[in-house]
Design a protein around this ligand. Structure first.
Ligand code: NAX
Length: 325
């Protein structure tokens, strides 16, 4: 039988963790023939709650679940890790400046990057979900110099899935009628969901909607969907975020036919400064996410991609000033 794959989830006692762990243990992250061993990393105050979730995982008697370990020590959590889902982060509290938020998260993602560097398996794949996801991923990556940079990714798959759903509803088609959708830039309100390269039943999506809808409804609806969910539910996206994390890792491991979106280390493509972790249209091949190359970028898209990348550059400059990268 296949040896279990070590999957570490940080922030395991949180809302996304609760929606994620059962799906991982049931085989949806890596496939229904791959056993998994879960490692849950939490802060000391939340270890007991994580133990409660682990009790429920036991009670599911998942055939693929080879074990659950719980720790508040990053070194233990990432020892031998194959897939790391970095979900736990410091949320922005009232009145908190962006610099303080970046600094507080640096205090989480720097030691986690170091622990991944020290102990991870050679094939480790890292997905950062905790916000600000792109810059948290950059901080972790910068403290893991022995791990190939491309193994660090940030989640924009939820934005991608939101874009598919909004467009499908608008045109009265199925999400499976849509291809080559993409999200560019930062996982933030400046992100750019791109309908100029997307196709619906083989024809340009941008040509099938009017420009006012694209600019004034579609883009802000996708970019601000997280806030709309909080407004409606009184709590932030959890099941849909967990679902996107599952999609991101499943596709990374199994490969894609169509494009998807992920925050990946820029190689300088499309004028995105090398080394920034920015969302691009990507495909997955042989266990690697690759940026889709050779696209023409019209003026409208250029301005939006540049604005989001500018924000990422500012975040990188801010964490550089704090000595975090
Ligand atoms: P919760 O507050 O429910 O859970 C976060 C958990 O992380 C808590 O249990 C906390 O104890 C733990 N934690 C904090 N610091 C930790 C550390 N140093 N090590 C280990 N665990 C630690 O938040 P939840 O709703 O689960 O969201 C988690 C993160 O996902 C947030 O940063 C959130 O902003 C982010 N999101 C990212 C999305 C994306 O698309 N990239 C979408 C959903 C979500 O907003």
């Amino acid at each position: 039988a296949q040896a279990p794959v070590n999957v570490t989830v940080t922030g395991a006692a949180g809302a996304i963790g609760y929606a994620l762990l059962f799906r991982i243990a049931s085989g949806q992250l890596l496939g229904t023939d791959t056993p998994v061993r879960l490692r849950l990393l939490e802060i000391p105050q939340a270890v007991k709650a994580a133990e409660g979730t682990a009790m429920e995982l036991d009670d599911c008697a998942f055939p693929l679940l080879a074990g659950v370990d719980i720790t508040d020590n990053p070194k233990q959590a990432f020892d031998g890790v194959n897939v790391a889902l970095l979900v736990g982060a410091r949320p922005r509290s009232k009145g908190m400046e962006r610099g303080d938020l970046l600094e507080a998260n640096g205090g989480i993602f720097k030691p986690q990057g170091e622990a991944i560097n020290a102990g991870a398996a050679d094939d480790v794949k890292v997905l950062v979900v905790g916000n600000p996801a792109n810059t948290n991923a950059l901080i972790a990556q910068q403290h893991a110099p022995d791990v190939p940079a491309e193994r660090f990714t940030a989640m924009t798959r939820l934005d991608h899935n939101r874009a598919l759903s909004q467009l499908a509803t608008k045109l009265g088609v199925s999400v499976t009628d849509i291809s080559t959708m993409s999200i560019w830039g930062n996982h933030s309100a400046t992100q750019y969901p791109d309908l100029f390269h997307a196709q619906v039943n083989g024809r340009s999506a941008a040509e099938q909607v009017d420009h006012a809808w694209l600019e004034e409804t579609f883009i802000p609806t996708v970019a601000k969907r997280g806030a709309a969910i909080i407004e409606a539910r009184g709590a932030s996206s959890a099941a849909s975020a967990a679902n996107a994390a599952i999609d991101h890792v499943y596709d990374w491991v199994h490969g894609t036919e169509d494009w998807t979106s992920a925050g990946v280390v820029s190689d300088g493509s499309y004028g995105v400064p090398e080394g920034l972790i920015s969302s691009f249209p990507v495909v997955a091949r042989d266990g690697k996410y690759e940026i889709v190359q050779g696209l023409d970028i019209d003026e409208f898209s250029r301005a939006r991609i540049d604005a989001s990348v500018r924000e990422l550059t500012e975040e990188r400059d801010a964490v550089a000033k704090l000595g975090l990268v």
